[in-house]
Design a binder for this molecule. Structure first.
Ligand SMILES: Nc1ncnc2c1ncn2[C@@H]1O[C@H](COP(=O)(O)OP(=O)(O)O)[C@@H](O)[C@H]1O
Ligand SMILES: [Mg+2]
Length: 257
């Protein structure tokens, strides 16, 4: 048995009187695109925010490569190799692609004690990453403000890779994109998995999920109600798991009343 990159056990999250997550167990593996599905309010974003260090869990544990971790901030999660790409990408419009990728961790050299930016090294590194992702962006010096939504996703992914992310979480990355752009972002998720990253993709679009995910997990009212390999399920079954019409979910919900 290989150790999963990340193991979550019994993750529970309370916001005051509201329980947003109840005892979620989930393994996340390298080289795999895992889709997280569920209706609005099911707890998907809350769950990934806990993995990303944005919220502390109320209960339960996280293990990264078998070691218990406790994240006090997104920085802690990042140092464990976990990067999250939220819908609002937090890129600086007026800066170039390579400046965005290296923001806050620029490469510098010192000449007689005076720091200089290693612009060419940074640009070549970003160019290499963009090529590897097959992102169709020719100029790493272009301002991010000039890019399309899908290209911005590619820049955010480059930034994650440049931070040596092992797990990349994408929460509804295609929600605001046109069809062609969506295709591109879905291809990027596959590239990341091929590169050996673990990818968690939250999406409402079942067709998109079936296109790229290896495994699917359905959340409903704060619980994980199902987990399926893509080749052992169908879009119809996934929809019935999301809506609660599926007999497994009905049984689960009856028993917990
Ligand atoms: N910061 C918060 N404070 C209070 N309640 C929250 C907060 N974040 C999420 N919730 C609640 O937790 C539940 C799960 O929300 P969320 O994780 O955003 O669901 P999803 O991403 O699946 O749509 C919802 O009932 C939501 O209103
Ligand atoms: Mg959400």
């Amino acid at each position: 048995m290989t150790v999963p990159f990340l193991r979550a056990t019994g993750i529970t999250k309370r916001f005051g009187a509201l329980t947003a997550l109840k005892g979620v167990d989930l393994d996340i593996n390298c080289g795999e695109v895992l889709a997280l599905l569920g209706d609005n309010g099911a707890g998907k974003s809350t769950f990934v925010k806990i993995l990303a260090g944005a919220h502390p869990q109320s209960d339960g544990a996280l293990l990264v490569e078998g070691e218990p971790v406790r994240f006090a901030s997104p920085k802690d999660a990042a140092s464990s190799g976990i990067a999250t790409i939220f819908q609002e990408l937090a890129l600086s419009e007026n800066l170039s692609i390579s400046e965005n990728v290296f923001l806050g961790r620029e490469l510098k050299r010192s000449v007689l004690g005076v720091p200089f930016l290693k612009r060419k090294t940074m640009r070549d590194r970003v160019d290499g990453l963009l090529h590897e992702l097959d992102a169709h962006i020719s100029d790493p010096e272009a301002p991010v403000g000039s890019l399309s939504g899908g290209q911005r996703q590619a820049v955010a992914i480059c930034r994650a890779l440049n931070l040596n992310a092992r797990l990349v979480i994408m929460d509804e990355p295609t929600a605001a994109l046109a069809v062609a752009e969506t295709r591109k972002v879905l291809q990027l998720t596959r590239k990341l998995a091929e590169r050996g990253c673990a990818v968690v993709l939250i999406s409402h679009n079942i067709a998109d999920v079936f296109e790229v995910a290896d495994r699917m997990v359905v959340f409903r009212r704060g619980r994980k109600v199902a987990e399926r390999q893509k080749d052992e399920t169908s879009p119809e079954e996934i929809v019935s798991l999301i809506t609660g019409a599926h007999p497994d979910v009905r049984a689960l919900e009856q028993n917990s009343q």
